[in-house]
Design a protein around this ligand. Structure first.
Ligand code: CA
Length: 347
């Protein structure tokens, strides 16, 4: 019983954070020295060993023990646990853990439920995330799930899943499960300036001037400085494609300054040689993602904020990429024209 209480305390103290309510898992850090409370269909999985015997960087807060398993060795190799709460409507959940590469480059997380209530052997996943993991221990973002009507009322279960083809070991510690509170929504955003650009390729690459975009979150972006968790990307793509299309390319933008109650981002677009000279649309994309339910993506266009559904091609910036010889030709033509006009003016 004592070890159980220690495990619960560890979960409460180490993992509660602003914007999320932690639901304690049982034996989340494997500090019982065994896989107690963790279920696997495969005998002997997971194994539990000490950090002292297998030291990897960043293990300082992870206690004495950690667990390991080989998620790709057998089709049934996974580790799961029931969570002591049921899905409620329109709620976000996140399951994550500290991971380290024990021989395998990929680790994963799943949130789900049991088809037969209480029986983890019947686990059904409703959300999954995978990450390339490094040798050093790190807390990866994990998997986030927002309830849909089909899961409401079911008991939540979590799983470190099988990852076919991923032979080798994944190391686990400090698992955590959180109920996410909604983040404030993005209230307004835009593509600030410029809204038209003509860029010649130089050495096969086109680099635009800085492009600016602004975003406002009530009570959040008015705080001076960058807003933690507020991300912006500048993207470009075919004028006839919506910005969720795979043909759009996105570049993370940098914090520039505060403008009134807004935060302003800026960055250059770099068009690589693989992009053909053409006319492209460009706009900003914003996401506020702290340790809460993400705000949802919003697009900043010339006339302000759009969702994907309300995205308007006419309100994107227009970027013309001109091939190098043509750009020089246009420049030469323009100079010739100017020369002709000046000659005429004098005559
Ligand atoms: Ca531990």
């Amino acid at each position: 019983m004592k070890t159980f209480i220690v495990a619960l305390l560890f979960a409460c103290v180490a993992m509660t954070s602003l914007g999320a309510v932690t639901i304690p898992l049982q034996n989340p850090g494997f500090e019982t020295g065994a896989a107690t409370f963790w279920y696997s269909p495969q005998a002997g999985v997971p194994g539990v060993v000490t950090h002292a015997a297998y030291p990897h960087p960043n293990n300082g807060t992870l206690g004495t023990y950690f667990a390991y398993y080989s998620p790709g060795d057998f089709s049934t190799t996974w580790i799961g646990q029931l969570v002591d709460t049921n899905y409620t409507a329109s709620t976000g959940y996140r399951f994550s853990a500290w991971l380290s590469n024990g021989g395998s480059g990929t680790g994963g997380y799943e949130i789900g439920y049991c088809a037969t209530p209480g029986d983890l052997a019947t686990f059904v996943a409703v959300a999954r995330a995978q990450y390339l993991i490094s040798n050093a221990w790190a807390l990866y973002p994990g998997v986030t799930y927002i309830t849909d009507p089909s899961t409401v009322g079911k008991q939540i279960a979590v799983r470190f899943p099988n990852i076919p083809g991923n032979a080798g070991g994944v190391w686990l510690d400090a698992a955590q499960f959180q109920v996410l509170t909604p983040a404030p929504l993005i209230g307004w955003c835009n593509l600030q300036w410029p809204t038209v650009m003509v860029v010649p390729t130089v050495g096969g690459t086109a680099v635009t001037e800085k492009v600016y975009g602004q975003v406002w979150i009530n009570g959040v972006t008015s705080i001076p400085g960058p807003t933690p968790g507020l991300n912006a990307w500048l993207g470009y793509g075919p004028t006839n494609a919506t910005p969720d299309a795979a043909t759009w390319q996105w570049i993370p933008a940098d914090f520039n300054t505060n403008v009134g109650n807004n935060v302003e981002f800026y960055t250059n677009l770099t068009i690589e040689t693989s992009v053909l000279p053409s006319v492209y649309a460009y706009c900003y994309k914003y996401l506020y993602d702290t340790n809460e339910l993400p705000s949802g993506v919003r697009y900043g266009q010339k006339d302000g904020m759009h969702t994907l559904a309300s995205y308007n091609p006419d309100q994107s910036g227009l970027l013309t990429v001109v091939p190098e010889p043509l750009a020089l030709g246009v420049l030469a033509g323009a100079l010739a024209l100017a020369y002709t006009f000046s000659r005429r003016a004098r005559m």
